[in-house]
Design a protein around this ligand. Structure first.
Ligand SMILES: [Cu+2]
Length: 353
């Protein structure tokens, strides 16, 4: 019994399609999905994987079949037929990639929009109020109590509110500061500053991203989102964590010698666990004043009078061989807490004990 070749071709096509779809959905290359954005991104990735697998199998399949079927027979010294050009074939193999690229383009545009990539007012949202270095380059506050007015004249950098969330504020806002080589998280509404990020599950979270020095990239692989932090510019990431757990936070932009160590963790917690964490982070008022009192006792000079920061720093400055002029220069060139420095400088100028 001989099966006609067009039926064989059709069966091969069906098999190729099924294998490609199966592999595209079972490649296992992605980490767990921990945000509402993850399924969208994975849908696009899986689609590209299906198409790539199909093309891979088609090209290699045809190549191997041709190598076997059309190989030179023993004793055959003749030339092959001179084949030149095939307009219909060329149209087909041009049209297919054009259609693939167009479909993927529209699809990815849609995914990006659903994630919030095109939120036009994100940058003008009053939520974008990250502490910034003041004009003279001094004092970068992590928790700026009086935020500056946001700019209204540029698009948001990053992932803003998804279309259904536009106009509604996030449930939680956290300021993220990238620096060589750490991430610092500040919860402006709670007064918490920490090195690990905690968020409640299934709440809409907004991260306001800034960099203190060079370009970093804030990458959450399990959430399928990543955004550069750029000195002098604000960017944001808005997302909804959907899965309780802890996840790596990676710097994905080579930012210096210890770039590889620039990592921290994101803890997605059930609301009650998150509240507990917040309570633990917030210093209890009583014990706080207790500590302050203890500290004051410690800092008091033997005579009982309170010593200033400068009193402590002057001997150190002497040991280091610093003079008033050097300190003054430092003060003008480096963004340092200036009050204590100025005082040390003054104390050094007038010969101390
Ligand atoms: Cu970095």
């Amino acid at each position: 019994m001989k099966i006609p070749s067009n039926i064989l071709t059709m069966l091969a096509g069906i098999l190729l399609t099924l294998v490609s779809i199966w592999y595209g959905k079972n490649h296992g290359l992605m980490p767990v999905q921990a945000s509402s954005d993850a399924a969208l991104v994975d849908g696009l990735f899986d689609t590209m994987m299906i198409i790539s697998t199909a093309i891979f199998l088609l090209v290699w399949g045809v190549l191997i079949i041709c190598l076997l079927k059309f190989r030179r027979q023993p004793g055959d010294e003749t030339d092959g037929p001179a084949i030149e050009g095939n307009i219909p074939l060329e149209i087909v193999w041009t049209a297919i990639p054009v259609v693939i690229v167009l479909v993927l383009g529209v699809y990815s545009f849609d995914v990006y929009n659903s994630m919030g990539g095109f939120d036009p007012d994100a940058a003008g949202d009053p939520g974008v109020q990250v502490a910034m270095a003041s004009e003279d380059g001094t004092a970068m506050s992590l928790m700026d109590a009086a935020p500056k007015k946001a700019h209204h004249n540029h698009m948001a950098l990053g992932i803003g509110a998804s279309p259904q969330n536009i106009g509604s504020p996030p449930d939680l806002t956290v300021n993220v500061l990238g620096m060589q080589y750490a991430w610092i998280y500040t919860y402006p509404d709670l007064g918490i500053t920490t090195g690990e990020l905690h968020v409640p599950a299934n709440k809409n979270v907004r991260l306001n991203l800034k960099s203190q020095d060079v370009i970093h990239a804030f990458w959450l692989p399990e959430f399928r989102i990543k955004q550069d932090t750029i000195p002098g510019m604000e960017s944001e990431l808005r997302f909804t964590p959907t899965r309780v757990g802890d996840y790596p936070i990676v710097c994905a932009e080579l930012c210096g010698a210890y770039h590889g160590g620039m990592a921290s963790r994101l803890y997605v917690q059930a609301p009650e666990d998150y509240d507990k964490w917040v309570q633990e982070q917030m210093p209890a008022p009583e014990s706080d004043s207790q500590t302050a009192a203890d500290l004051e006792k410690l800092m008091a000079a033997p005579t009982g009078e309170k010593r200033s920061d400068a009193d402590y720093l002057v001997p150190v400055a002497h040991q280091m061989g610093l003079d008033a002029q050097t300190l003054d220069h430092l003060h003008h060139t480096m963004p340092m807490p200036s009050d204590a420095l100025k005082q040390v400088s003054a104390n050094l100028a007038t010969p101390a004990a």
